[in-house]
Design a protein around this ligand. Structure first.
Ligand code: ADP
Ligand code: MG
Length: 294
């Protein structure tokens, strides 16, 4: 189904770029008491930048970034776009063959006859690749410093890692304050690492105890389900393929219009822009609309 422009009681909804799936959604905006927020692309801009390319001895940084970039060019993930952009600064990238990807995991392909795997440790492990203890220590140190980091393996051997950073949207902090004022407890949910998640949470006013990091797309569904089991009525805002199942599980799934079609398809409500301020506005407006209808 395609979301229709509703909240027609006022016409304001459509005007503000708020699309809802059906009248029941209005009621749901009144009962939700918890809002789960995806990090990348929802609280942050999702426009990531490569910080560091850390290549192991025997591999050049250029070789590493170009191999990773060639595979990431086929992925829509913010991490992928940052790596592909950085890699494409020099010559044209080779084309990756046999591309495969796992949402919340990573990507894999063959570049100029070399097998390239980029992603989280568990994605590498699923492909039979394990970093050594020393390699893992260097990677963890980068993560603990508050950067997002992804492994790169060449021909199924760890060849290094790439660190990236994202920027929090200017509007996120105030919007989360507004959501709190609406009686919603904010919870942060991300596939990224804990150090990054805690930094973002601290700067937008989410309690450290309400941070769930390193969570797989299926794990995101479990977090929503656990909150529901503990008595919460849960809204969730997200933008990625990795958020779709959790958006569907939530009592009120909210997609950012700047996000992927899969997220929009799974959501009850879509805000056309990319700001959490619009999410707060949508809930305020829907509640007010209900007030006028009744
Ligand atoms: P988020 O919840 O922050 O949007 P995702 O669930 O999309 O994060 O991704 C979780 C983690 O999986 C990333 O931090 C990264 O380690 C890995 N990952 C996902 N997609 C890719 C990709 N295209 N390339 C490399 N790593 C990826
Ligand atoms: Mg996201």
């Amino acid at each position: 189904a395609t979301p229709t422009a509703l909240l027609t009681g006022t016409g304001r909804g459509a005007q503000l770029g708020i699309l809802i799936r059906g009248p029941q959604v209005l009621e749901d905006t009144r009962t939700v008491d918890t809002i789960v927020l995806d990090k990348t692309g929802t609280i942050t801009t999702g426009i990531m930048a490569v910080n560091d390319v850390v290549a192991l001895p025997g591999v050049s940084e250029l070789e590493l970034i170009r191999a990773a970039g060639a595979v990431e060019a086929a992925s829509e993930h913010p991490i992928a776009q940052a790596i592909a952009d950085r890699a494409a600064r020099g010559d044209r990238l080779s084309e990756a063959l046999d591309f495969s990807s796992a949402p919340g995991g990573g990507v894999r392909g063959s570049v100029d006859g070399v097998g390239v795997t980029v992603g989280r440790a568990d994605w590498l492990e699923r492909n039979g690749i394990s970093p050594s203890i020393e390699q893992s220590a260097a990677f963890s140190a980068a993560e603990d410093a508050g950067t997002t980091a992804v492994w790169v393996a060449l021909d199924d051997t760890v060849a290094g890692f790439i660190t990236l950073s994202d920027t929090i949207k200017d509007s996120s902090s105030a919007a989360i304050g507004r959501l709190r004022a609406l009686g919603l407890r904010p919870v942060l949910l991300t596939g990224d690492n804990l150090a990054v998640a805690l930094q973002v949470a601290a700067s937008v006013g989410i309690d450290a105890g309400d941070v769930h990091a390193g969570v797989s797309p299926e794990g995101k569904v479990d977090v929503v389900r656990e909150l529901q089991a503990s008595g919460a009525t849960v809204a969730m805002a997200g933008d990625g393929v990795n958020d779709a199942a959790a958006l569907a599980q939530a009592d009120l799934g909210i997609a950012m219009g700047s996000g992927t079609d899969v997220a929009i398809e799974a959501a009850d409500l879509t805000v056309m822009g990319s700001s959490l301020a619009q999410v707060a506005q949508a809930i305020e407006l829907a509640r007010r609309t209900l007030g006028t209808i009744k």
